[in-house]
Design a protein around this ligand. Structure first.
Ligand code: HEC
Length: 82
């Protein structure tokens, strides 16, 4: 993940995905992510675009492209992002 996306992550995703009390699946929590990952990356990107449960549409990154979201999701899942 490059510096631009790292900054986006810090602004738009970390406040929920690194805060267990938010109810969001936590970064690097394989048990939380594996059932969601089974849906496939495009479905997860679509899910962030639309919003889900307590997550607003686009997380907090209205300007993110699908590629940005895919890289951020890979980071959340704990795998190596492009
Ligand atoms: C305001 C809190 C909040 C922010 C900000 C947020 N999320 Fe989430 N996110 C959640 C919550 C809560 C869930 C669980 C939703 C559910 O399953 O009910 C979730 C779920 C997800 C999922 C799984 C979706 C699915 O279909 O299971 C992905 C992927 C995701 N977030 C990515 C992101 C990314 C990428 C960002 C930053 C751009 C982000 N989130 C920002 C709260 C947040």
């Amino acid at each position: 993940m490059d510096a631009r996306l790292a900054a986006v992550y810090e602004r738009a995703c970390t406040n929920c995905h690194d805060v267990a009390a938010s109810g969001a699946p936590q970064r690097g929590d394989r048990a939380a992510w594996s059932p969601r990952a089974a849906a496939g990356l495009p479905a997860l990107v679509a899910s962030v675009r639309a919003g889900k449960g307590a997550m607003p549409p686009m997380g907090w990154c209205p300007e993110c492209s699908d590629e940005d979201l895919a890289a951020l999701i890979a980071h959340l899942q704990g795998s190596k992002a492009p």
